[in-house]
Ligand binder design. Structure first.
Ligand code: PEP
Ligand code: MN
Length: 331
C-alpha cells in the first residue's frame, strides 16, 4: 500500500483479495502496510487490485514460502515470551537438560540457567528416541515439573510436542512448543501447533533443505501463528567427527530469506560437550538470534544426550562469553 493509505483503503483491498477466494493477511510495518494475498494465481486479479485506491504496487513473491519470506515482511520479527526475547537485535538464551528426569535435576538446572543469565528453560517431557527401549520421557509429570520451574525462576519453558493429540496437553504447561527434527515434515502436527497460537521452535530436519525448512515454517504461519523461530540443529553428512554437521551459514542465509528469528543448537549440532562452547560463541558472532543448549547437573549420568550436555559451570562460562561477543558486536 502507499505510505499514506487509509485504514478504509487497506480494509477494502483485503476484502477484494478475499473475494477472489484468496487469503489476505495485513502486515503493518514501520514504513508501510503490506497485504499478503495467498493462494493460486487468479485471472484478472492483478489488474483489479492495482486499480484500487491506496495500492502502491502488486508484487509477486518469488519464494515458494510466502508468509515466511523477507519479501513480504522486510523487517526482522521479534518473538517475546516472558523473559525470553529473540530477533531484531535480541539474543535469547535457552538452557536445560535434554530430558526432564526429576524435580531435583530440573529445578537445579533452571536455577543454574537463570543465574548464568539465560532467559529460557528447555527440557523434554516427550522424547523422540531412536530406540523404543530408550527412556521416553516423563510425559505429563515432566510437564508439571517444567511449570514448577517456571513458577520459581520466571524462565520461559521450551518443550517438545511429538504428536498432534498431545498439543492441548503440552500447551497447558509450555510457553514455547518445540517441533523436533524428526517431525519437521509432520504437516498435521505443524498445522496443530499453528492453530495453538503458542510460539513455536521449529527444528530443522536432519536431511531437510532450506526450502523444505521454510515451507515447514510456512505451514505454521499459514494457520495465523506468526510466532515461529527456526532452529538450526545440524544436518546429516558423510562426516563422523560430529554427531551432525552444524552449518552456521544457515544464519546469514536465513536472515536473507526470512524475517523469522534463527536459533542455533550447538548441542545436537556437534554431539560433543567440548565443542558446544566454541560453536555457541561462533553462532552469536555470526548473528544468531538465540541459542538452545543442553546442560545437566551430572552429564555422565543423564538419561539422554549426556555426552553433549554441559555442566552448570560450562554453561555459565558459555553464557558469559556469548554475552561478551554480543556486546562487542553492538558497539
Ligand atoms: C532435543 O532437543 O532434545 C531433540 C530431540 O532435538 P532434535 O529434534 O533436534 O533431534
Ligand atoms: Mn537432546
Amino acid at each position: 500500500m502507499e505510505q499514506n493509505a487509509t485504514e478504509d483503503q487497506i480494509q477494502a483491498v483485503a476484502a477484494k483479495v478475499e473475494s477472489f477466494g484468496l487469503k489476505s493477511t495485513i502486515i503493518n510495518g514501520t514504513e508501510r502496510t503490506v497485504i499478503a494475498a495467498i493462494g493460486e494465481k487468479r485471472g484478472s486479479f492483478k489488474e483489479s487490485i492495482e486499480s484500487f485506491p491506496g495500492v502502491s504496487a502488486l508484487t509477486p513473491i518469488s519464494a515458494p514460502y510466502k508468509m515466511a519470506s523477507r519479501e513480504v515482511r522486510t523487517e526482522p520479527s521479534t518473538i517475546q515470551v516472558g523473559s525470553f526475547t529473540a530477533g531484531g537485535g535480541h539474543v535469547g538464551y535457552v538452557g536445560g537438560p535434554c530430558s526432564v528426569e526429576s524435580e531435583e535435576q530440573l529445578i537445579s538446572s533452571a536455577r543454574a540457567v537463570k543465574a548464568a543469565g539465560g532467559t529460557g528453560l528447555r527440557g523434554g517431557a516427550f522424547k523422540p528416541r531412536t530406540s523404543p527401549y530408550s527412556f521416553q520421557g516423563m510425559k505429563e509429570e515432566g510437564l508439571k515439573l517444567l511449570a514448577q520451574a517456571r513458577e520459581e525462576t520466571g524462565l520461559a519453558v521450551f518443550t517438545e510436542v511429538m504428536a498432534t493429540e498431545d498439543v492441548d496437553l503440552v500447551c497447558r504447561y509450555a510457553d514455547v512448543l518445540q517441533v523436533g527434527a524428526r517431525n519437521m515434515q509432520n504437516y498435521r502436527l505443524l498445522e496443530a501447533v499453528g492453530k495453538s497460537g503458542k510460539p513455536v521452535l521449529l527444528k530443522r530436519g536432519a536431511s531437510a533443505t532450506m526450502d523444505e525448512f521454510l515451507l515447514a515454517a510456512e505451514y505454521i504461519l499459514n494457520e495465523g501463528n506468526d510466532q515461529v523461530m527456526l532452529c538450526e540443529r545440524g544436518i546429516r553428512t558423510f562426516e563422523s567427527h560430529t554427531r551432525f554437521t552444524l552449518p552456521l551459514a544457515s544464519i546469514p542465509y536465513l536472515h536473507r530469506r526470512t524475517h523469522l528469528p534463527v536459533i542455533i543448537d550447538p548441542s545436537h549440532g556437534t554431539g560433543h560437550t567440548y565443542m558446544v562452547h566454541d560453536l555457541a560463541v561462533a553462532a552469536v558472532a555470526a548473528g544468531a538470534d538465540g541459542l538452545i543448549i543442553e546442560m545437566h547437573p551430572d552429564p555422565p549420568n543423564a538419561q539422554s544426550d549426556g555426552y553433549q550436555s554441559q555442566t552448570f559451570e560450562q554453561f555459565a562460562e558459555t553464557m558469559t562469553r556469548c554475552q561478551k561477543v554480543q556486546r562487542a558486536l553492538a558497539e
